[in-house]
Each structure stands twice: as C-alpha cells, then as structure tokens.
Design a protein. Structure first.
Ligand SMILES: Nc1ncnc2c1ncn2[C@@H]1O[C@H](COP(=O)(O)OP(=O)(O)OP(=O)(O)O)[C@@H](O)[C@H]1O
Ligand SMILES: C[C@@](O)(CCO)CC(=O)[O-]
Ligand SMILES: [Mg+2]
Length: 355
C-alpha cells in the first residue's frame, strides 16, 4: 500500500501568540507544501522489519527496527486510528531514547521534535508495521510559515488514508480529498503531533493547513472566511532561525510576570483580528473604497506588530525589514512565532498597478 499526501504552510495575518491565550487570530494557507509518500508493504515477508523516514531535502534517513519500537513503546499494539491520543510524558521519554540513538547531526538537532511527532503518530495509527516514509518540503523550516503543522497534517493524512477509518472523494488537480468529518480526524491527529513539537499550540496552524483557504480561529473554534478583496502579501524571510516552542513559552512566562498588562495586550489583539477579518470580508458594495480598506489593514498590521513587540517576540532582523519597507511607505508585521523567521508586507493594489 502506498499513498502520497501533501499539506500547505500558512501565514498569520493577525493574532499569533495572543491566540494561544484565547484571542482571535486570522490565518491563510499558502502555496508551499510538505509532501510525504508512505509505503507500507502488505506482505510482511517482503519487508526488512524497519520503520524508515527519509528527509529527502536534507539527505537524511532515520530507521528503527519495529521490534525495538515495540520494546520501547509496548502499549501501542492495538492502534485506534479513529481516536487521537496524546503522547504522555513517559511515552515521549521512550520516543526520545529511540531518536537519540540516531545521532542526528548537531546542526540539525531541531529535527528531533519532528521525528518524535512522526513516531508517535505512526505507531498510534499503524502499530508496529514496517514502513517507509519519504518527506519533502518547499517550506523553510522554523521560519513562521507553519512547517511543523504542514509536516504533521501531511503525516496524519497519509497515515489515515491507509486505514479504514476514512474514505476519500474525487478531489481536484489529480488529488483525492478527505470528506469534511474525516478532515476533522486528520486535524485532531495533526494537533497531537503539533503538541509534541510546539508544547502548547493553539491549533491554528494545523487547522488552516488541514482546511485551507482563510480562517478566523479562537479558543479552538474555526470560522471559515471568504475574502471579498484582493490581498497580496510579500513574505520576507529574515533567515534568522528560531524555535516556536521556546517563543510561545517566553510569552507565557511574561504573562505570569505581568498578568494584567499582558491580558490587556491579548484583548487588544482580539479586537484587531476581528476588525481585520470584517474588513477582509466586507461586501464589495461596502461604502469604503479598496484603498480605504487597505489603509485600515495596514494600520491594523502596524498595531499588531507593536503588540507583538510588547510580547517580546520581535527581533532586530524583523525591525530591519519593518524599517526598510516603511521607507517605501509599506506596512509590515512578523508572521508566525517571530524571534526571526518571516515578515509579511501588504502590497496595496495601487503599487501593483504602478509596477
Ligand atoms: N519537513 C520536515 N521534516 C521533518 N521535520 C519537520 C519538517 N518540517 C517541520 N519539521 C519540524 O518542525 C520544526 C519547526 O517547527 P517550528 O514550529 O519551530 O517552526 P515553523 O512551524 O516553521 O514556524 P511557526 O510555528 O512559527 O509557523 C522543525 O525543527 C522540525 O522538528
Ligand atoms: C505563535 C503561534 O501563535 C503561531 C505559530 O505559527 C503559536 C500557536 O498558535 O500555536
Ligand atoms: Mg510551527
């Protein structure tokens, strides 16, 4: 049995970090993907008894004898793909011991959490069957474009597609697609993977990667959005590496130190996300002209960036991009967890006409 699945990355237009603390946020999927091909030999005699994952872009390959996985994680013999399971602290320790012995190159050590998520999702859904997974991605890793979520969603989709828990419909552009209720299941499993990589994710990244398009997300609930205006964003990658788990933890620590001030910041972000969402969706007959809408969006992005600075997640490299775009009268904000990574700049339609 073999399947190839892919899932997109995302940009966050407003509300990152605050969304972890219950505020609304707005996100859109982008045309960059993580793709996984999963092969599970149906005849166990034809297999080499290994679970392998190849990260092709990086030229890395990791493998474990399934008997070894069984020894270390003995409770996963009866996988229940229809009931997403959280990885306990003990299971995570066991998985970490499996990954440690792979001697990941020091410069790539951040990949360990992705491998933990893969091992947890694979064994929880397929138990101890030998298999080979080949992963490629057009997304930059650890840059705010949701590489971890797109990895988890593509893994979850491929794993579930090879079970009887889901059924696939004729999709578009040559891909089969999941039914709506099956997408929920894909999303729930991906969230379990994101928890392993991020610590305390809000769920926005895996949700927009699973459902696509543009969404508003608040306290675990998704509202699909329909944009009524052209919205073009320039994405600048500062190429400064960072780790979402550490940045999310940093904001939580600041919230513990200054609960009232930080809650006020989160409330302000909630209003910004809601206003941004209503502008983007306001009907074309709205009395505001396109230019007026774009000016409001620019101002909201600047306000959101200011509040992200309050949360302590901006970075000198982000500030450089902000200053550079401002010289051209363009508004920007960081996107994703910040601390480096990518910056969004709204490209108003007048600029595009000028170009
Ligand atoms: N293609 C991939 N193969 C293996 N692991 C991956 C892959 N993509 C992402 N990961 C895992 O996700 C980690 C990056 O996740 P992280 O959440 O820090 O950044 P991000 O998701 O790109 O940004 P953000 O969460 O801000 O949108 C990587 O270090 C790795 O562990
Ligand atoms: C920083 C954060 O808000 C978005 C990361 O893309 C984390 C999360 O919501 O899980
Ligand atoms: Mg991430």
């Amino acid at each position: 049995m073999e399947v190839t699945a892919r899932a997109p990355g995302k940009i966050i237009l407003a509300g990152e970090h605050a969304v972890v603390h219950g505020s609304a946020a707005v996100a859109a999927s982008i045309d960059l993907y993580t793709t996984i091909t999963l092969r599970i030999p149906s005849d166990s005699d034809a297999s080499d008894g290994l679970l392998k994952i190849k990260l092709e872009d990086m030229g890395l390959e990791f493998s474990w004898p399934v008997e070894k996985i069984k020894d270390v994680l003995p409770d996963l013999g009866n996988p229940l793909s229809s009931q997403p399971q959280s990885c306990s602290h003990e299971s995570l320790k066991s998985i970490a011991s499996l990954v440690e012995e792979q001697n990941i190159p020091e410069a790539k050590i951040e990949l360990a959490s992705g491998l933990y998520a893969f091992l947890w999702m694979y064994t929880s859904i397929h138990g101890y069957k030998p298999a080979t997974a080949i992963v490629t991605s057009t997304l930059p890793l650890g840059s705010g474009l949701g590489s971890s979520a797109s990895f988890c969603v593509s893994v979850s989709a491929a794993l579930l597609a090879l079970t009887s828990a889901v059924s696939l419909d004729l999709g578009h552009k040559g891909w089969l697609s999941f039914r709506e209720d099956n997408l929920e299941l894909v999303n729930k499993w991906a969230y379990e993977g994101e928890k392993i990589i991020h610590g305390k994710p809000s769920g926005i990244d895996n949700t927009v990667s699973t459902f696509g398009n543009m969404i508003m997300f608040k306290s675990g609930n998704l509202t699909r959005m329909k944009s009524s205006m052209p919205l073009r964003m320039l994405i600048t990658n500062t190429k400064v590496g960072r780790n979402t788990k550490a940045l999310v933890a940093g904001v939580s620590e600041r919230t513990l130190r200054h609960p009232e001030a930080m809650n006020a910041v989160f409330i302000a972000v909630d209003y910004i996300s809601k206003e941004l969402s209503s502008i983007i969706q306001s009907p074309a007959a709205d009395p505001l002209s396109l230019t007026e809408k774009e000016e409001k969006l620019e101002e909201l992005m600047e306000m959101n960036q200011g509040l992200l600075q309050c949360m302590g997640v901006s970075h000198a490299s982000i500030e450089t991009v902000l200053r550079t775009t401002l010289k051209h009268k363009l508004s920007s904000k960081l996107t994703g967890a910040g601390g480096g990574g990518c910056v969004l700049t709204l490209l108003p339609t007048c600029i595009l006409l000028f170009l």
